[in-house]
Design a protein around this ligand. Structure first.
Ligand code: ARG
Length: 460
């Protein structure tokens, strides 16, 4: 016997291995809800334009709803022989309502159907991921407000550079995620057009009303060109790129958290419930969540490369290659959603070890630039000031003293321009407070930035 869906032309049935090899139902069944919603909208449109009678339309829609209920209750038998989610659903519909079910596929192809399904699916997932991103950002902004006055060393080359506030550092993370949210929004907007109506590749001879279907499915419009409609997967690649950037950002945050939770830094404490211990070393508390998120970034970058490579040599229009878009997209969604959830749950409970941060900022001579700026403001050329401060730091290193711990006499060995008021700029508090402009690390600026960040989050 030959395949029920296209048996007419074939003289032998599909090789058993080939059937399994080419089937996608094992993974694309995840799309069933979108497939059925798309079919319901398509049937409604066919009814509206008179290709289906009102009665046929209603039978098909009721049948599709019943199939949906079966799947949701786990009372559905997926068949590999039926290849993919689309043919499984259609066959179940026909089994249930009889011959009228065979009219559903009028004026449509699995090519425009699958392009529609993935868009509907990704649109939903983007909304979920954007919400998780927002939840993470809210946690960061709250923590930033709480830590607006907390001083830590800021780093370049991972060497102590200048003091910053912990709140400022957290808001830097928030800015990365703010751009990510914008990228998801852009990607969603370009994705949200209906390909249905392209049929296999050239359009259809039926008097379809694509805008009607688009409205039912919440699309902003319809695609322009039938060939492009069935072959375009740019939206999946854009999503993969936006997801990769988010994972890259989460990985950078993770790296800092891993460093900061070490005994050598001791800047933050993560809640025990986000960490694990060691079966041999009783003292261990490992920052598993950040480590794993850092590791998981790799697979999302890999999926982006898979999708680009998948598309690079495909001639127009649909090719079976496109079936390979799903697993990378699905795993990107799962990895990203899971990583964001873990971070959004964890961030509100990050505990700053403020004394350690401050101690580290002192140990790193992080106010050296402030001393140079002080000398410049008293008339010394910057290069000379750099030299004076360099000598002062060398002296401090030899004596085991911070700049702020030296006496005025000690400092004046290097320049008589230094006076008693130098001690105002040598403190960590003075240093951060002096960077008091939009984008600067001063506690007052951090608090103002928190207000702006919250306004943006509230306007989403
Ligand atoms: N399972 C297929 C996919 O994921 C559906 C479209 C199949 N179309 C075709 N002409 N074989 O791309």
């Amino acid at each position: 016997s030959t395949n029920v869906q296209w048996g007419g032309r074939f003289s032998e049935s599909t090789d058993a291995f080939v059937a399994a090899f080419t089937a996608s139902v094992g993974f694309d069944r995840r799309l069933y809800r979108y497939d059925i919603e798309g079919s319901i909208a398509h049937a409604s449109m066919l009814g509206k334009v008179g290709v289906l009678t009102a009665d046929e339309r209603d039978q098909i829609i009721a049948g599709l709803q019943a199939v949906m209920a079966d799947i949701e209750q786990g009372a559905f038998e997926w068949s590999v022989a039926l290849e993919d989610v689309h043919m499984n659903v259609e066959k179940a519909l026909t089994d249930r309502i009889g011959a009228v079910g065979k009219k559903l596929h009028t004026g449509r192809s699995r090519n425009d159907q699958v392009a529609t399904d993935i868009r509907l699916y990704l649109r939903d997932e983007i909304d979920h991921i954007s919400a998780e991103l927002t939840r993470l950002q809210q946690g960061l902004v709250n923590l930033a407000e709480q830590e607006a006055d907390t001083i830590m060393p800021g780093f370049t080359h991972l060497q102590s550079a200048q003091p910053v506030t912990f709140g400022h550092h957290l808001l830097a993370w928030n800015e990365m995620l703010e751009r990510d949210h914008g990228r998801l929004r852009d990607c969603r907007a370009r994705m949200n057009v209906l390909p249905l109506g392209a049929a296999a590749l050239a359009g259809t001879t039926y008097p379809i009303d694509r805008q009607f279907t688009a409205d039912l499915l919440g699309f902003d419009g319809v695609t322009e060109n039938s060939l492009d409609s069935v072959s375009d997967r740019d939206f999946a690649i854009e999503f993969g790129a936006a997801a990769s950037l988010i994972m890259m950002h989460l990985s950078r945050m993770s790296e800092e958290l891993v460093l900061w939770t070490s005994a050598q830094f001791g800047f933050v404490e993560l809640p025990d419930r986000f960490c694990t211990g060691s079966s041999i070393m009783p003292q261990k508390k490992n920052p598993d969540v950040p480590e794993l998120v850092r590791g998981k970034s790799g697979r999302v970058f890999g999926h982006l490369m898979s999708l680009l490579t998948l598309m690079k040599s495909q001639p127009l229009a649909y090719n079976k290659d496109n079936q390979e878009d799903k697993e990378p997209v699905f795993d990107t969604v799962d990895t990203l959603a899971g990583s964001l959830r873990a971070f959004a749950d964890m961030v509100p409970y990050i505990e700053a070890r403020r004394a350690n941060m401050k101690e580290a900022a002192i140990r790193g001579y992080s106010t050296a630039t402030d001393l140079a700026d002080y000398l410049v403001k008293k008339g010394m050329p910057f290069r000379d000031a750099h030299e004076v401060v360099g000598q002062s730091v060398a002296h401090g290193l030899a004596q085991g003293k911070d700049l702020s711990e030296m006496t005025l006499d000690e400092l004046q060995q290097f320049s008589t321009t230094i006076e008693q008021d130098v001690f105002d700029v040598l403190t960590l508090e003075g240093s951060v407070a002096a960077r008091d402009h939009l984008g600067g690390t001063a506690p007052a600026q951090v608090r103002a930035a928190v207000v702006r960040a919250r306004t943006r989050l509230d306007q989403r």
